[in-house]
Design a protein around this ligand. Structure first.
Ligand code: SF4
Length: 306
């Protein structure tokens, strides 16, 4: 492994500064590191979402190619590009050493909802590509409506706490890791902006596999989650320390966790840092939903122990 600490990260940037994204965007930090580790020979396929604002003609912060498609079809576009590259190599129009890594970047709205069928198809066909979902747990670029990834108890524009539904969202977050694992791809991992060296190692490890290489990136979103831009990395760390965001990978279906804490912090520490969960504590504490959120996390880790 070439990546032991952050000092091993190349200084060259493949995604430069000055984009139109929000200051402190957790997703942007992870896309930047992802592109750094993958290098310059990359073509990135972007499903419509927040990251669409990265490349707006005639400006781009990328040193490599960028291809923008509708939310539903990024893995299908990746298939077309992979096939075209393979054919050009076969015909001798590009040298094998000039081949490009095909990378899909999507938000969770696309990954867990609108684009799920296209992803399922690509996994079924064993498409050789990378897939990074920046999971900000909502449709952030359109004002933060609920997605299939929004956690129970969170407030979004479409799950605002009210007298009838005081808890906000009543639905649990989809388990994308397990949905993907059921398709048996060679590599899946979760990553966090608070553990960048872990992410670097995972991207490097994934590169040895042919087929789908999938990453779910915890992506705190300052305007959508109600946190300050400079609190994003600290919040992401607490998500891991409370067990809300397990850092793990599945190599050929075999799951291993990167970190297992002997003592986890209470989930409340994570929830209290964000305005989207404020209604669970004020004006009155909503004990039952708080207990069920903690119980869900506890049940996950009890299963890991087993
Ligand atoms: S809305 Fe959230 S996810 Fe989108 S760019 Fe801003 S911080 Fe990032």
């Amino acid at each position: 492994m070439s990546y032991r600490t952050l000092k091993d990260l190349p200084l060259d940037e493949n995604l430069t500064s000055g984009t139109m994204l929000c200051a402190g965007c957790g997703g942007l930090l992870l896309v930047r590191i992802f592109e750094k580790v993958l290098g310059k020979n990359v073509v990135t396929i972007n499903a419509a979402g927040c990251m669409t604002l990265l490349s707006v003609f005639p400006f781009t912060p990328f040193k490599s190619s960028w291809f923008y498609v509708a939310m539903a079809s990024a893995p299908a576009a990746a298939q077309g590009i992979r096939d075209a590259l393979d054919m050009m190599i076969k015909k001798g129009r590009i040298k094998p050493e000039d081949d490009l890594k095909v990378v899909v970047v999507t938000g969770d709205g696309s990954a867990s909802g609108i684009g799920l069928q296209a992803t399922s198809g690509a996994l079924h066909r064993n498409l050789d590509f990378y897939y990074l979902v920046y999971d900000n747990e909502g449709y952030a670029n359109t004002g933060f409506q609920a997605s299939g990834s929004s956690p129970a108890g969170s407030a979004t524009k479409t799950t605002m706490p009210s007298q009838l539904s005081p808890t906000g969202s009543i639905l649990n977050k989809k388990d994308l890791f397990e949905i993907w694992r059921a398709h048996a791809p060679p590599y899946i991992a979760t990553v966090s902006p608070a553990y960048l060296a872990d992410m670097m190692r995972k991207v490097e490890k994934a590169s040895q596999f042919h087929g789908p290489k999938l990453f779910i990136a915890h992506s705190p979103c300052p305007p959508g989650w109600g946190v300050d831009s400079d609190a994003v990395v600290g919040l992401a760390r607490v998500a891991v320390e409370t067990g809300v965001w397990p850092l793990k990978e599945a190599v050929n279906g075999e799951v291993a966790h990167s970190i297992i804490f002997r003592r986890r912090k209470p989930v409340e520490e994570y929830l209290k840092m964000q305005e989207r969960f404020e209604h669970l504590f004020k004006p009155t504490r909503q004990e039952s939903i708080l207990q069920s959120i903690q119980a869900r996390v506890d049940a996950y880790w009890a299963n890991v122990k087993k």
